[in-house]
Design a protein around this ligand. Structure first.
Ligand code: KG4
Ligand code: ZN
Length: 398
């Protein structure tokens, strides 16, 4: 089954053609990161206008690259939430219009569920021919993740630990109580005067700090402990919290010494609301103090986030006796997290999987993949489906 997937939930416009939920024929993503970098974050009005300008060329390119005509497409899928209303509306409306025009089944896809299904995607080189899949078991093919499993969904707006017992069966184990992991990366990058999106910028700066130490004949690992930063363990729960860490970073970037910051009674108070102008000013000050400082701060911050995510995910995997853990969402692209979580799980014989970097961040291949497993169950949506900006994963009770 060939599905055209469409993704437009935020600042990436994507179209992809995927066979049987796994095999990629094409995957086109147009990013607006450069435009939003100017503002240090996504500006919703700008994002939706860009979506409108790029969606049709992106879909046409996906069809071209797959060497595919409309007559070969079996279904259309588009993200309907969560995300920015204006951006979502563009992809969803185009998706429904195409399905209507070509008389094809239509399915609205939950963006968070799609991030999980990015783990079902194979590289282009492994496309199999239609004859080979005729007798295949659609629900499970070799190389698929195996249930039950735990998935850490970490994106720009969500951080959730989810127990997945089977296709479409999600139990919420824990979630962030304040900022999402990706949001923390983005806000701290702004504090440090680094570019948007913050995750890759912080990862790069941290790498630079480690390389500099290595050049000085010191252990690169020292960079990760250069600043002592707080970790919110929230013991006895599978929840996360990153706002205290963000406040500590803000304080350090303001120029307080480590000693001062540890003595500061206000340290625990979390920053609230959007402090864009203040962040930008402080970030510039921090950046002006020299690259080494910023790089060491970035390395210490990344280590604090990775520490909590990796240990808490390992604890959940042990408690629920799963044999596989998945990473999903933009932050799953983080190399430190992948390495550290692998180290936590290997001695326990728990397999860790994550999508290639281009499938971790927003893309339409994952939308087509998630749609496939819904269509298998006979599900599809009517053309009255509307966007749901606040949509969450369809959790079942424990
Ligand atoms: O899943 P995604 O592309 O969009 C949402 O659905 O939100 O995630 C975007 C988030 C951003 O916060 C970005 O900073 C973060 O993923 N991210 C990373 C990395 N690459 C992207 N965070 C840490 N390390 C990375 N390498
Ligand atoms: Zn996403």
């Amino acid at each position: 089954m060939l599905i055209l997937g469409i993704e437009s939930s935020c600042d990436e416009t994507g179209a992809a053609i995927v066979k049987d939920g796994r095999y990629l024929l094409s995957n086109v993503v147009a990013t607006q990161a450069e435009i939003h970098n100017r503002y240090g974050g996504v500006v919703p009005e700008v994002a939706s206008r860009q979506q409108l300008a790029t969606i049709i060329p992106v879909i046409e390119t996906a069809l071209d690259q797959a060497a595919c005509g409309w007559e070969e497409i079996d279904a259309i899928a588009a993200t309907y939430g969560p995300g920015l209303a204006g951006s979502l509306l563009v992809g969803l409306t185009v998706g429904k219009a195409i399905a209507l025009a070509h008389n094809l089944p239509f399915l609205g896809v939950n963006h968070l569920e799609a991030h999980i299904y990015a783990n079902w995607l194979r590289n282009q080189t492994t496309i199999i021919s239609p004859q080979e899949v005729d007798d295949a078991d659609w629900e499970y093919q070799e190389g698929d993740p195996t249930f039950p499993l735990i998935c850490l969904v970490i994106s720009g707006a969500h951080s959730e630990l989810v127990l997945v017992r089977g296709h479409g069966q999600y139990e919420l184990l824990g979630r962030t109580r304040d900022d999402a992991a990706g949001e923390a990366f983005d806000k701290v990058a702004r504090i440090l005067g680094l570019s948007y999106p913050g995750g890759p910028a912080i990862q790069q700066a941290a790498q630079r700090a480690e390389e500099e130490l290595q050049q000085q004949g010191k252990s690169p690992v020292l960079a990760r402990g250069a600043y002592r930063l707080p970790r919110a363990w929230l013991r006895g729960t599978h929840d996360f919290s990153f706002s205290g860490l963000k406040t500590a970073m803000l304080h350090l970037a303001e120029g307080a010494t480590e000693d001062e910051y540890q003595r500061d009674a206000h340290f625990a108070a979390s920053t609230s609301g959007n402090q864009v102008s203040q962040y930008t000013r402080l970030g510039m000050q921090a950046a002006q103090r020299g690259g080494a400082d910023v790089a060491l701060l970035a390395a210490s911050f990344q280590e604090a986030v990775v520490d909590v995510l990796a240990v808490k995910t390992r604890l959940a995997a042990q408690q629920y006796h799963v044999k596989q853990v998945l990473l999903a969402g933009g932050v799953a692209a983080n190399i430190s997290l992948r390495t550290r979580l692998g180290q936590e799980l290997r001695p326990l014989n728990i397999r860790l999987s994550y999508p290639p970097v281009e499938f971790c961040t927003d893309n339409a291949a994952m939308i087509a993949s998630a749609a496939f497993f819904h269509l298998l169950r006979g599900e599809q949506h009517g053309f009255d489906l509307d966007v749901e900006p606040g949509l969450s994963l369809p959790f079942t009770e424990k």
